[in-house]
Design a protein. Structure first.
Length: 140
């Protein structure tokens, strides 16, 4: 079922109540000129279906998951870097982070993720996409 949804796309699951995560999704959509990504919140039906399909512990991964059309998934800093490699400009500079081992990158990632609500705030409900970007969001 998931492979039918994605075909040649990559799915970004994100924390739908996190202001920082929502702002990041909007930024990714703006830079996704090749239309590579679709989105769903972790709290949505599709988000929960994907988490269950891959047996991902949502207590340990609660901010970003990247699922490819090849049925592979990536989490935390690896997901962020894989997303960033599709863009130019500032995003290219972040690719230098690949030289840092994932466990070290994830310490920084986890620190930011742990504090994201305190620093950036939180919504009571998941983001409702505007009509202009709603085609980029999937749900079942």
């Amino acid at each position: 079922m998931i492979e039918k949804l994605l075909q040649d796309k990559q799915l970004i699951l994100f924390d739908g109540v996190c202001n920082f995560c929502n702002a990041t999704v909007v930024k990714i959509i703006k830079h996704d000129t090749k239309n590579k990504f679709v989105f769903a919140s972790l709290q949505s039906n599709i988000g929960q279906t994907v988490v269950n399909h891959f047996s991902i512990d949502s207590q340990k991964v609660d901010s970003i998951i990247l699922v490819t059309s090849e049925q592979k998934y990536f989490i935390k800093s690896t997901a962020a870097l894989k997303i960033g490699k599709h863009f130019s400009g500032f995003w290219v500079l972040l690719q230098i982070c690949w030289i840092v081992p994932a466990p070290v990158r994830n310490v920084v990632y986890d620190f930011i993720a742990k504090n994201r609500y305190k620093w950036f705030g939180k919504k009571d409900n998941c983001m409702i996409p505007t009509p202009e970007i709603s085609a980029k969001f999937i749900d079942i």
